[in-house]
Write a protein that binds this ligand. Structure first.
Ligand SMILES: CC(C)(COP(=O)(O)OP(=O)(O)OC[C@H]1O[C@@H](n2cnc3c(N)ncnc32)[C@H](O)[C@@H]1OP(=O)(O)O)[C@@H](O)C(=O)NCCC(=O)NCCS
Length: 195
């Protein structure tokens, strides 16, 4: 299957992500365009979306899956990111390495299981390898079984588990070392447009 991906610049991408997040009622906190811009401004980032035909209008392509990632530095000043780095310390090496953080990502329910997220992830990895990133890291929770299964299929390693009173709320941190060899495992057919 051919996947149609679009890579966005900051402002347009932030608006598109805020729009698509509205379709995910299952997420407790959806991001606004202002939050997305504030997080990504002044750092290396990638905003990627996959588009696919609508069931009732096959001639129209709509955004169905997305992935937002950004550089995570050892010396973050934003309190949320500084906290994330602290939690990862001991499980992930930052010094002298480029680390990419998979911040946001999901596929709309009706388009799941069609390889959209794999296509986005593979495109992101190709971009990250070109950008000389050493590792990509992501955080999820026990309760997100679909995401955990997907990260497993994409060959992420669990690097840390933070227990919580409710086991479903335990936070799972996963990472994947990057390098030319990860590209060998790629299998999606992708056409990428820069918006
Ligand atoms: C996780 C999610 C992004 C997967 O998107 P998707 O477009 O359906 O994923 P893909 O079709 O590209 O599948 C990628 C791989 O994961 C596997 N996979 C996807 N969903 C799976 C599931 N529910 N169970 C088992 N494997 C699954 C696929 O088989 C595929 O592996 P393969 O390429 O080796 O066959 C989607 O289910 C989703 O948006 N879930 C909600 C997001 C969420 O829970 N967010 C919480 C915050 S982290």
């Amino acid at each position: 299957m051919q996947h149609y991906l679009r890579e966005y610049p900051l402002q347009q991408g932030a608006l598109e992500i805020a729009y698509i997040e509205e379709f995910f009622s299952e997420f407790p906190k959806r991001k606004t365009a202002a939050e997305i811009m504030a997080r990504l401004e002044g750092r290396d980032f990638q905003i990627l979306m996959a588009e696919a035909p609508l069931a009732d209008e096959p001639g129209t392509l709509a955004p169905v899956s997305y992935k937002v990632s950004h550089e995570l530095r050892e010396n973050e000043t934003d309190p949320v990111l500084a906290d994330l780095v602290e939690r990862l310390r001991g499980s992930l090496i930052f010094t002298g390495r480029r680390v990419l953080y998979n911040w946001l990502g999901a596929t709309r329910r009706d388009w799941r299981g069609q390889g959209h997220f794999r296509a986005l992830s593979e495109e992101q990895e190709a971009w990250a390898v070109r950008g000389e990133y050493d590792e990509v890291v992501v955080k999820t929770k026990n309760r997100y079984f679909d995401m955990r299964a997907t990260l497993d299929s994409l060959q992420f390693n669990v690097i840390k588990l933070e227990v919580a009173p409710d086991v479903l709320d335990a936070k799972v941190y996963l990472a994947k070392p990057l390098g030319l060899s990860v590209l060998d495992a790629h299998r999606s057919r992708r056409q990428v447009t820069r918006a």
